[in-house]
Design a protein around this ligand. Structure first.
Ligand code: BGC
Length: 747
């Protein structure tokens, strides 16, 4: 029975649109977990720890399902009734309609709750990493890296609440998001899934996202469980290739990779996914020190730890630390894994059952994991309401308010990297030539985790949405278009050059093909040669060029940067973000995005903003390495902000520092400004970073207006991890720098 009233509708709107508080999600219900546990057989317990791919219970072969997708009733019963599996994930190749999701989840829950001994509901998990991407028509938001460029965690919180709403509307209560890996390796294929290279920014955005997903209480029918991932050290592989070895000393692990997860645990994230790679040669899925000592004992995390895709199998197949699959299962479970994303067969369940019966995995270890899984189901309210769409309405799915929020995020994310001769904004009477492989494609602007995993299959595009070209055509009277070149193939298109010649300004939309994980590995960070050559060809025409970049990660553009009057980084703004991009170009939106990563100039000088002093240019003699194309935090506006009157004071007890700075909008346009507070520890017992981001705030400043930005930073926040792996704020001199102003302080 559907229960729906005006009051409920109001409640939905308010809960989705209002920022929520931190949550511990400790809701307990009438279900007696101890009782269920005491009555479960070992096979049923092992079943709970098993997570299968949807393909296994669908008509067709794994990875080759029949279309349209259908559940296979015999396979379903084998999984749920015979094996008693606890969880299902993923999608059979592409996004589904809301109705189809509802049919899948209600069927699954019906069998689990009525045909099994204890009626334990299934927990279904999905990757809805920038909106409900696997829901056809679900609202797509700009990718997380773009969200970070807004420096506006409130926007991310609201986007996450909307994503939770649409995901729960599908009947799915668990989202494998957010990615809390800090993007310290610019080559990595998953930089776009992160919140950038800075720990503090990643923490603020990650926590806001978790709050948006879970709200105060994840059993709310409009919320989902978050899954912080990928614990730990996934984003710093030595080679830059996905899932390869990271060499991370303990000090760095704690300084750069642990804090985001620690903050997420404090914010009440209900689950964690484990890093597929290895750290210092130990695959994390078998590392008890990380999975148990660090995660459970030190961080006191009490949620569910799920493996990444087939990662127990990989201990045997790829990492080669387990001579057999059975050894791999034993290693992983004894190290602290709760649930295995198997995902394509029952070997894990069979082997784990054997291992328990042989005494190789203690029953206490199994009980601990199963309890966590049952408690998570309880915290999500699944025992009471295994399928929320039976009892609640979801009228806001893909609503104008959701789509508009996605547009707003893109508007605050898009980063104006360069703008000379007042090239942007372009006045509407100008003849505009739009070109490049990113210009007329929805898949390119959506990126991976679109309607498919890699996001490259354009048959699922919603053609009612605007490509960049469509959006520019809506804003300008005279727009011509030729693609001109492909991502990695120069077509020497005469038509393109002719149209360019007859225009007033060229908008060249360049970038990279959507990709993630292993398929996104690259050999060079340079933007593909074909695009570089094409821009060089266009530059010979003497027309102003606006370079628009649509990228998974910052690709090197050194050779063409001097040829372009303006450069706009659009990230992957999504199908709702192209309008925002066109509005930035025409001046409807005053851009306010700032870089959440360092934009490198050379593919072999990948030095991040918070490097050491020895990385600076011209230290002592010779060439230093730090010479980026654009610095972390860089981003222009159509107005000018002037910073003045920086004041820094500390409390007498050295507990905190209060900072204030005036920011005046000197131009004649209103604009938003993100004020970034950097602190440098001048001398320290471990070579200090040249600076670290320690606070930020973003506000609208009207033309001619001065706003005072105020910050209070606990001196604990200035700490670094010392040689004995402890956080320490050492006494001494610190420099606070904001918008080119500096003040010193002694602690
Ligand atoms: C990815 C995870 C994702 C999982 C489930 C893996 O390959 O690394 O981030 O959550 O697949 O789709």
């Amino acid at each position: 029975m559907k229960s729906f009233s005006n009051y409920l509708y109001l409640f939905i709107v308010v809960t989705v649109l209002v920022a929520c508080n931190q949550s511990k999600n400790q809701k307990e219900t009438s279900v007696d977990i101890d009782q269920i546990l005491s009555e479960m057989s070992v096979k049923e317990k092992v079943g709970q720890m098993t997570q299968l791919n949807l393909d296994v219970i669908s008509v067709g072969e794994v990875f080759d399902l029949e279309e349209p997708h259908k559940l296979d009733s015999a396979k379903l019963r084998k999984a749920i009734v015979e094996y008693g599996i606890g969880s299902i994930l993923n999608v059979g190749g592409h996004a589904y309609t809301l109705e189809h999701w509802n049919e899948i989840i209600s069927t699954v829950q019906n069998i689990a709750t009525t045909e099994t001994n204890h009626g334990v509901p299934i927990i279904y998990g999905i990757d809805a990493i920038h909106g409900a991407n696997y829901l056809l028509g679900g609202t797509l938001f700009p990718q997380p890296l773009a969200q970070a460029a807004t420096f506006n965690p409130d926007m991310a919180r609201k986007a996450a609440a909307m994503t939770a709403y649409e995901t729960r509307a599908s009947g799915i209560p668990w989202n494998f998001s957010p990615v809390l890996d800090v993007a310290r390796q610019p080559l990595w294929s998953r930089v776009f899934e992160t919140y950038g290279e800075d720990v503090y920014l990643c923490k603020r955005m990650g926590v806001a996202t978790i709050e948006g997903y879970q709200g105060d209480d994840a059993s709310d029918p409009y919320r989902v469980a978050s899954c912080m991932k990928h614990f730990l050290g996934y984003s710093w592989s030595f080679t830059g290739k996905d899932r390869t070895t990271a060499y991370i000393p303990e000090t760095q692990l704690r300084e750069y990779f642990l804090p985001t997860f620690e903050a997420a645990v404090d914010a009440g994230s209900l689950s964690v996914m484990i890093n597929s790679g290895d750290v210092n040669g130990i695959p994390v899925h078998a590392d008890k020190r990380i999975l148990t000592d660090l995660l459970r004992t030190e961080l006191e995390f009490d949620g569910v730890a799920v493996t990444d895709w087939e990662d127990i199998i990989k201990l045997h197949q790829f990492h080669k630390i387990a001579p057999t699959l059975k050894d791999a299962v034993k290693m992983a479970i004894n190290a602290g894994i709760d649930m295995s994303m198997v995902p394509n067969d029952y070997e894990f369940s069979d082997l784990l059952l054997e291992l328990v019966n042989e005494g190789e995995v203690p029953m206490s270890r199994i009980d601990e994991s199963v309890r966590r899984i049952l408690v998570m189901k309880q915290r999500l309210g699944l025992f009471e309401d295994p399928f929320t769409p039976d009892n609640y309405e979801y009228p806001l799915v893909a609503s104008d308010s959701f789509i508009n929020h996605s547009y707003q995020i893109a508007g605050e994310a898009i980063t104006l990297l360069k703008n000379v001769n007042g090239t942007l904004p372009i006045s509407q009477d100008k003849k505009v030539f739009v070109t490049g492989p990113m210009a007329n494609s929805l898949t390119m602007i959506n990126g991976s985790w679109g309607r498919t995993w890699q996001g490259t299959d354009d048959q699922w595009d919603d053609t009612s949405k605007h490509t960049i070209l469509d959006a520019i055509q809506a804003n300008f009277a005279e727009v011509s278009f030729e693609q001109g070149c492909e991502i990695n193939k120069l077509t020497q298109d005469k038509k393109a050059y002719n149209k360019a010649r007859n225009s007033d300004v060229i908008i060249a939309c360049m970038g990279e093909y959507p990709s993630t994980e292993k398929p996104g590995d690259i050999h060079s960070l340079n933007l593909e040669e074909a695009q570089i050559e094409y821009v060089k060809g266009l530059a010979k025409l003497g027309k102003p060029i606006v370079l628009v970049l649509v990228e998974n990660r910052a690709r090197v553009i050194r050779e063409i940067e001097p040829l372009c009057e303006s450069i706009v980084l659009a990230y992957q703004p999504s199908e709702n973000g192209s309008d925002a991009l066109a509005d930035v170009i025409s001046g409807e939106i005053n851009p306010s995005g700032k870089l959440p990563v360092t934009y490198p100039k050379y593919t072999n000088s990948l030095i991040l903003y918070d490097h050491k002093y020895t990385d600076q240019l011209n230290v002592d003699f010779g060439l230093g390495a730090f010479e980026p194309q654009f610095e972390f935090g860089h981003g222009l506006s159509y107005t000018n902000f002037e910073y003045s009157n920086l004041k820094v004071n500390k409390t007498d007890d050295n507990e905190s520092i209060s900072i204030s700075v005036n920011v005046t909008n000197k131009g004649n346009r209103d604009g938003k400004e993100s004020v970034l507070v950097f602190v440098s520890d001048l001398y320290a017992s471990i070579t200090p970073s040249v600076k670290r981001l320690r606070a930020f705030d973003k506000q609208m400043i009207n033309a001619g207006e001065t706003l005072v930005f105020e910050f209070v930073i606990d001196t604990d926040e200035l700490a670094f991890v010392s040689s004995d792996n402890q956080w320490v704020t050492e006494p001494g001199d610190y420099t606070i720098s904001i918008g080119g102003l500096t003040e010193n302080i002694t602690l």
